[in-house]
Design a protein around this ligand. Structure first.
Ligand SMILES: [Zn+2]
Ligand SMILES: [Zn+2]
Length: 200
């Protein structure tokens, strides 16, 4: 049942395959999930954007969409979409999510993979609002927090991303500060690595 101390019966997240290993769920004594009331040893500790203060969400209630539905929330801050950075906010008056690309409101987008990411996938911890990257017309999988020791192994693969980050953030991996966060993603289609960065 257990591999590396992680219960293998836990739900798997397509876009967040390492969610448990990366500590996005705090493992502890059993307590009731705020959504389904079932006892759980795994409580979500990442971002969840909603109005209510939500105490404890179990992995299953993220995976099946119940948590997002119950609290009219979303797990993602901003996600790369076809024409910019997309975010959603729930509107209490209309009882619907409002979709924004950049600062501009757009029509609701009905896209299965987008909904899976926004409403059924845990996010990750970062200094600033997390961003989810995209490639090959789909969202990438979040691989983990990237540190410089791992950099050498992926130097070739990440060259293009580093050029992009240098241009947009003035970042150089040779002069990384302690307050730089680096977040590694991988395309589920072609395997390309992508990086997001922020600062404390
Ligand atoms: Zn639950
Ligand atoms: Zn790709």
């Amino acid at each position: 049942m257990c591999k590396n101390g992680i219960d293998e019966t836990l739900p798997h997240f397509k876009y967040h395959p390492n969610a448990y290993r990366l500590g996005l769920f705090k493992q502890g004594p059993a307590r009731p999930c705020t959504v389904c009331s079932r006892e759980t040893n795994y409580v979500y500790s990442g971002p969840f954007y909603c109005i209510d203060d939500v105490d404890a969400i179990c992995p299953w209630c993220i995976h099946d969409g119940q948590a997002a539905q119950k609290f009219n929330g979303t797990f993602q801050g901003a996600v790369e979409y076809t024409n910019g950075l997309l975010s959603v906010v729930f509107n209490d008056d209309t009882n619907q999510y409002m979709y924004f690309v950049g600062n501009e409101q757009v029509e609701s987008i009905h896209d299965r993979s987008l909904h899976e990411l926004l409403f059924r996938t845990p996010s990750y911890s970062s200094w600033q609002e997390p961003q989810w990257l995209r490639h090959c017309d789909d969202f990438c999988a979040f691989i983990g927090y990237f540190d410089q020791d791992e950099w050498m192994d992926l130097k070739e693969e990440l060259h293009e991303e580093m050029v992009r980050l240098e241009a947009s953030y003035g970042l150089s991996l040779n002069h990384l500060a302690d307050d730089n966060g680096l977040y590694l993603f991988q395309c589920l289609t072609c395997g390309k690595y992508r990086l997001h960065t922020d600062y404390s």
